[in-house]
Design a protein around this ligand. Structure first.
Ligand code: GUN
Length: 295
């Protein structure tokens, strides 16, 4: 089974992005991402730190607002409004999940469509579904870049997506069915009947359900491409941290049947931040009336 390395493909794309940032600088355009972190979720804090680090590496400016766990909805909306009105800020990202007193949906809707580099705002999801995307959501677009850059065309293929989340499964299923990607898509979820049988039809199988090692060889057709979006923490007393990260796919178990698969870690994970950087660059271009930078 071939390993589809998101780490390697990420590096390739980041090099192209770095050049684009340098080229924009000569036109006095300096992409800037604002990141908002609310509360003390340790995983979110790590994600935010990594996003800032990646911005630094590319020469993208970043600003950050860290708010306490007991922040009110009004306080959070005020921060979003400030960044919405700041012309030097091109992209705004509010890390989710939010503490329970905050209304995630309202927060997402408050971020201006032009600055919504996550592509979570329904106005951008609508543009995507209409086939005229302003931005592409980071993880799904990262998956499509892995497929494209490893030579696995989606055109005419039967693609089965497991999981209908707003962040990954649903937008990915829409994107794969659009002109250009041209896949025949089935979106499965917890109520899907005969799941193994449906998965067995897939030329490309994407697992985004958040259940460790759920996908086994019984789900995988001979020669299929398997994309693992899962990042599940499971207890591991032998690790220094006390846990390890495993995917939604039992990688060893499928290795005799699948043609290729993404590992965890080092598969889809690194692509998400890379595509966020891509969207931030395009946010700066869009707000400077320049056409999209295509990769
Ligand atoms: N939480 C987990 N993934 C993401 C993401 O891509 N964007 C935001 N804003 N929050 C997240």
């Amino acid at each position: 089974m071939e390993e589809l390395s998101g780490t390697k493909i990420s590096k390739e794309i980041l090099q192209e992005l770095k050049q684009e940032v340098e080229s924009l600088a000569t036109q006095n355009i300096h992409p800037c991402l604002a990141v908002i972190l609310v509360g003390d979720d340790p995983a979110s804090a790590i994600y935010v730190k990594n996003k800032k680090k990646k911005c630094d590496q590319l020469g993208i400016k970043s600003v950050e607002t860290v708010l306490p766990q007991d922040t009110t909805q009004e306080e959070l909306l005020k921060v979003i409004d400030k960044y919405n009105e700041d012309p030097t800020v091109h992209g705004i990202l509010c890390q989710v999940p939010l503490p329970p007193q905050c209304d995630e949906e309202q927060v997402i809707r408050r971020i201006k469509g032009q600055k919504d580099v996550d592509c979570f705002n329904p106005c951008n999801v609508g543009l995507l579904a209409a086939g005229t995307p302003r931005y592409m959501p980071c993880t799904p677009y990262g998956i499509l870049q892995i497929l494209k850059r490893s030579g696995h065309d989606t055109k005419g293929k039967c693609c089965v997506v497991l999981g209908r989340s707003n962040i990954v499964g649903r937008p990915l299923s829409i994107m794969m069915s659009l002109k250009g990607w041209d896949a025949t898509v089935t979106l499965c979820h917890s109520k899907t009947s005969n799941l193994e049988k449906v998965c067995m039809r897939a030329d490309i199988l994407v697992a985004a359900i958040g259940i460790p090692h759920f996908v086994k060889k019984e789900h995988v057709k001979q020669g299929a491409i398997v994309i693992d979006v899962g990042i599940n923490r499971i207890d591991d007393p032998t690790s220094k941290k006390g846990f390890k990260l495993v995917g939604d796919v039992d990688y060893e178990n499928i290795s005799d049947v699948a043609h290729a698969a993404t590992p965890v870690p080092g598969g889809v994970g690194p692509m998400t931040i890379t595509m966020l950087m891509y969207n931030t660059i395009n946010a700066a271009r869009l707000q400077s009336n320049l056409p999209k930078f295509e990769i």
